[in-house]
Design a protein around this ligand. Structure first.
Ligand SMILES: [Zn+2]
Length: 127
């Protein structure tokens, strides 16, 4: 059983490392795996990042074919619409199960983290 402070620490470590990496965003399942806990345990801490603007929460529609999992633009689609996957050609009816939550970085936050990491941080508690 992990303490709340351990989970929060792991989440912030993951967010920091991902911000430094060449990725646009990540899935909550990746964070849960990294923190060795469940998605429901890491979710509140990830939501905190959306409140302060480092991350944005969005939905992604994915092809239900497990080997394909192509991301599909759903701007002009509705639940129960039939679509053809642009990658594997599979036809399917869109359902709630085909949507996945994703957290995307705010680009200015990524810029900030990269700039900050270049500077040597000198921090002391002694007077
Ligand atoms: Zn597909």
């Amino acid at each position: 059983m992990l303490a709340q402070f351990e989970i929060r620490d792991k989440v912030s470590e993951f967010v920091y490392k991902s911000a430094m990496a060449p990725v646009k965003g990540f899935y909550p399942t990746a964070v849960a795996k990294f923190a060795k806990t469940s998605v429901s345990n890491v979710f509140p801490y990830l939501i905190d990042y959306t409140k302060s603007g480092e991350l944005a929460l969005l939905w992604e529609l994915r092809c239900p074919d497990f080997n394909c999992h192509q991301t599909i633009d759903f701007n002009h689609l509705n639940i129960n619409d039939e679509v053809e996957c642009p990658k594997c050609g599979m036809n399917f009816i869109i359902s709630e199960r085909d949507f996945f939550l994703r957290f995307d970085f705010n680009q200015s936050y990524k810029d900030y983290i990269r700039k900050k990491s270049k500077k040597k941080q000198v921090f002391t508690l002694r007077n």
